[in-house]
Design a protein around this ligand. Structure first.
Ligand SMILES: C[S@@+](CC[C@H](N)C(=O)[O-])C[C@H]1O[C@@H](n2cnc3c(N)ncnc32)[C@H](O)[C@@H]1O
Length: 202
């Protein structure tokens, strides 16, 4: 089963899997963006980060492989008249057609083989305007019961941005999304390390 199909099944079973609160570094990036900035959200899921940004007037392109998540996002955007386009796409080979002020990939890269993920980051960087930003968050440790194609070794994500200005970088124990709330009800589940970065193109 492809990752997209796996998530499609999950989204059909349950709503708001990752909660509604955006990633902390997405909130930080939003404070730095010019008005009407453009954003690409890769692996947007049900759009907690995309919606947060679109509700501030930023123009968002949200891409995900799971049609149910994309449809939910479209419905909310239409209802609230948000500047958000949501599309079904496999982003692993995504070729950007324009430059953005902010490109984000939250919880996506560990689903891609290492080389594919690194190449995607290179394309994200190339598709970012000068002075613009990237936010990336990925697992830095395997989930014993749910292994991923690639988790980020110590310093690996940071190394991909050595030619950019790194505004925030953390490798922390825990979860980068609202899953933490659900896991709070199951405190014995492991909390793998997560690598998170906010970087600015010089
Ligand atoms: C852990 S979820 C994170 C969702 C969202 N970014 C968030 O932070 O709430 C990972 C998402 O990546 C999507 N995804 C995984 N591989 C993908 C691919 N190759 N192309 C597009 N989306 C993908 C999944 O469908 C899922 O919605």
């Amino acid at each position: 089963m492809s990752i997209g199909q796996f998530f499609e099944n999950r989204y059909r079973q349950q709503k708001n899997i990752f909660g509604e609160k955006p990633l902390d570094l997405v909130e930080k990036a939003a404070e730095l963006l010019p008005p009407k900035a453009t954003v690409a959200d890769l692996g947007a899921g049900e759009g907690r980060n995309s919606l947060f940004l679109a509700r501030q007037g930023f123009s968002v392109l949200a891409l995900d492989a799971a049609p149910t998540a994309v449809e939910r996002l479209r419905e909310i955007a239409a209802k609230e008249k948000l500047p958000l386009r949501a599309k079904v796409a496999d982003v692993s080979q995504y070729q950007f057609k324009q430059e953005f002020d902010l490109v984000i990939a939250v919880g996506l890269l560990h689903f891609l083989p290492q080389e594919t993920g690194h190449q995607l980051v290179a394309r994200m960087k190339a598709a970012t305007k000068k002075g613009g930003f990237n936010v990336v968050a990925a697992l830095a440790e395997q989930h014993p019961f749910n292994p991923k194609p690639h988790v980020y070794a110590q310093g690996e994500l940071k190394k991909l941005y050595t030619d950019w200005k790194i505004l925030a970088y953390e490798e922390v124990l825990g979860h980068f999304h609202g899953m933490a709330a659900r896991l709070g009800q199951q405190p014995n589940l492991p909390r793998p390390r997560v690598a998170k970065i906010l970087a600015q193109r010089p």
